[in-house]
Design a binder for this molecule. Structure first.
Ligand SMILES: Cc1cc2nc3c(=O)[nH]c(=O)nc-3n(C[C@H](O)[C@H](O)[C@H](O)COP(=O)(O)O)c2cc1C
Length: 229
């Protein structure tokens, strides 16, 4: 039997191996936890892109639902998918959107969906809702009471990265405003066609909402569209 320094080295080696596997197990566990968080992203059902109400009828019906009596029934996932697609979804292969963008750039206004189940960022490329937070932040978004009880708040945010090829600061603002105009009108029209209540809101708690969304520096909240049935 080996005793002395060699034996000590073997014991030390075993301890090292044991520690190594303990850390490895911990790392695997943490990786699973993080995958679980990322797994909260939601793949939306395909949007409705055929049939439905005609455009001219939708134009005749476009209106803001009154704030005082704003509808409180949540949209189905298919309805949400359809409204988001109308706002900035792909409509011509992988490089063409329902709204016009300067130089055909990918949409440089992001949409955050604030629901009772949390906050999500719309990914038009995969037609998914990317998990941002599990908190219901509707209470802190709007300055008017009915915003908190609207089942869905869509927050439109100009993206600094999306607009980085536009060097003039004034033009960045103008291009984002044009995009928001087109997007919100598409939301109004899709909502009219689906018989969903919609209202454009500028009265927002901008700083608190930007913090709750963890917006990157330079991204700016422009407006809110509230939705409900
Ligand atoms: C730029 C802009 C800002 C608005 N801000 C608010 C707002 O903060 N709160 C609100 O209740 N409605 C807001 N609205 C909704 C308007 O009050 C509504 O569109 C207007 O009364 C006209 O009604 P209509 O959309 O049915 O034609 C806003 C609309 C626009 C276009």
């Amino acid at each position: 039997m080996i005793v002395g320094p060699n034996f000590y080295i073997i014991i030390k080696g075993e301890l090292f191996v044991r520690q190594f596997f303990r850390y490895l197990a911990l790392a695997v566990f943490l990786a699973f936890c993080m995958a679980g968080v990322a797994g909260a992203d939601i793949k939306l059902p395909d949007p409705l892109t055929d049939g439905g109400m005609g455009l001219f009828q939708a134009l005749k019906q476009r209106a803001s639902a009154p704030g005082g009596d704003f509808p409180t029934v949540p949209l189905s996932m298919e309805e949400l998918s359809t409204v988001l697609w109308a706002a900035s979804g792909l409509n011509r292969g992988d490089k063409g959107w329902t709204v016009p963008m300067e130089h055909g750039l990918p949409p440089y206004v992001d949409i955050y969906a604030v629901l009772d189940s949390g906050v999500f960022k719309y990914d038009w490329g995969t037609n998914s809702l990317m998990d941002v937070s599990k908190e219901d932040i509707r209470e802190i978004v709007g300055r008017q009471r009915f915003v908190a009880s609207a089942p869905c708040n869509l927050i439109l945010v100009s993206s600094r990265v999306g607009l980085e090829t536009v060097t003039d600061e004034e033009l960045k603002k103008q291009f984002a405003a044009v995009a928001v105009g087109a997007m919100t009108q598409d939301i109004y029209l899709a909502a009219a066609a689906l018989n969903i209540g919609a209202r454009y809101i500028h009265s927002i708690k901008f700083a608190e909402t930007a913090t709750a969304l963890s917006l990157p520096e330079g991204d700016e909240i422009i407006c809110l569209m509230i939705l409900g049935k």
